[in-house]
Design a protein around this ligand. Structure first.
Ligand code: ZN
Length: 142
């Protein structure tokens, strides 16, 4: 009856003082899965080898007791991948909240040229200048 609990305790005890999962390790494991998938289609042992190398190194990091060093590695990884992670985060955000974003804006159409103008909500009564034809009109952006 207590077997599950005991096993969990064993894992917790085993993981004590060990570094655990961080972004770099999860990235390595994720890459390994990708390589394994590619390896299913491409008949080349290199993918399988790389996959195992990544899994082994990933788990060596996770189970490592040198937490300071692992932390530094992860920070370096985060620094170097900031640009790309940021880009991914933006795409992710757009996928998740894309439909909600326009709610923060009113889309007005210029009466003269039909240009669509995005005005943030909560601006009150404002004079809008069309960026295309410079036509001005008043709107209430509540
Ligand atoms: Zn216009």
């Amino acid at each position: 009856m207590n077997r599950g609990f005991g096993f969990k305790q064993k894992i917790i005890r085993f993981m004590q003082g060990r570094y655990g999962v961080d972004q770099l390790s999860s990235f390595m494991i994720w890459c390994a899965v990708m390589l394994a998938l590619i390896g299913m289609f491409v008949q080349s042992p290199i993918f399988t080898i790389l996959c195992w190398v990544l899994i082994i190194f990933g788990y060596v990091r996770i189970l490592s007791k040198n937490t300071t060093r692992r932390y530094t590695e992860n920070q370096k990884f985060l620094d170097k991948t900031f640009g790309i992670r940021n880009a991914f985060a933006k795409v992710k955000y757009r996928v998740k909240y894309g439909k909600q974003t326009p709610e923060a804006y009113y889309i007005y159409k210029c009466k003269k040229c039909g240009q669509r103008i995005r005005i943030p909500k909560g601006k009150g009564k404002i004079l809008i200048t069309c960026p295309k034809c410079k036509y001005q009109f008043k709107k209430n952006s509540k």
